[in-house]
Design a binder for this molecule. Sequence first.
Ligand SMILES: Nc1ncnc2c1ncn2[C@@H]1O[C@H](COP(=O)(O)OP(=O)(O)OP(=O)(O)O)[C@@H](O)[C@H]1O
Ligand SMILES: [Mg+2]
Length: 272
Amino acid sequence: MVLKIEGIAKAYETKQGVVQALKDINLVINKGEIFALIGESGSGKSTMAELITRLQKPSAGSIYWEEQNILSIGNNGTYRDIQVVFQNPDRSLNPKMKVQQLVEEPLLIHRVNGEERKNKVIHLLNMVGLSEQYIDRFPSQLSGGQKQRIAIARALALQPKLLIADEITSALDPITERQILNLLLELKEKHQMSILFITHNLDILASFADRFAVLQRGQLVETGAISQLFHQPKALYTKKLLDASLIKHPILREKRGLRITTKKEKQEVNIG
Ligand SMILES: Nc1ncnc2c1ncn2[C@@H]1O[C@H](COP(=O)(O)OP(=O)(O)OP(=O)(O)O)[C@@H](O)[C@H]1O
Ligand SMILES: [Mg+2]
């Protein structure tokens, strides 16, 4: 276990009153696993990412990273083990910095030296499928998908032990998306990196994630192995999520190892 979340709650104070974004969350993420966090818009997924990365403080509960309470870890570079990429790359990219500086910045902060740094930047760009030619561009001169890949390269620069990926592939075309998912799988296999993968796209999870958790209005309604999600979902809400988002054609679903629900679907697959 690398990350342990115990009794976490988060309430936001707004002019309209208190928004209870998370309630009594208990969760563990193991070393080298891909943990999928799913749930509809507003269910509290990004709030969870913000609490783990200390962008927000919980209203109650504790978060432990390698058995240390994260609220007691200092700010002086010790928190490099956990990195996050958000859905909107503009949130993490300074528009006044060129790609070279953007990818280099975390290395500079952690004092990786000059020549090594330049090579590392190029290596990181290649990892996310971008060539050296982008090095002198500003974020405004890149497409949404390219910006997202720069944000991923930046997060990977320090070889984090936990990467939190909050809807990171929604701006990518299917080929680039597959490339990024393969990269994450490789980092998991080679470096035992853990990934908290927040997504709406359940379809990609069957062959990608190890375990999952479902959030509904700030509460955890189900956790389990990814096969449970597709074959034996327990909570009614999980079933609803699956039905609302999965590929409709039963033959395609069968091919992807997904759930077949009705008798008619079973017959259709047998015929196909
Ligand atoms: N800074 C904030 N101040 C007040 N309320 C907030 C704040 N951030 C989030 N919320 C509220 O908390 C709840 C959870 O929001 P959150 O962004 O965590 O949801 P989400 O699951 O990430 O949704 P999405 O899938 O749309 O990204 C929502 O009701 C949201 O309006
Ligand atoms: Mg969100």
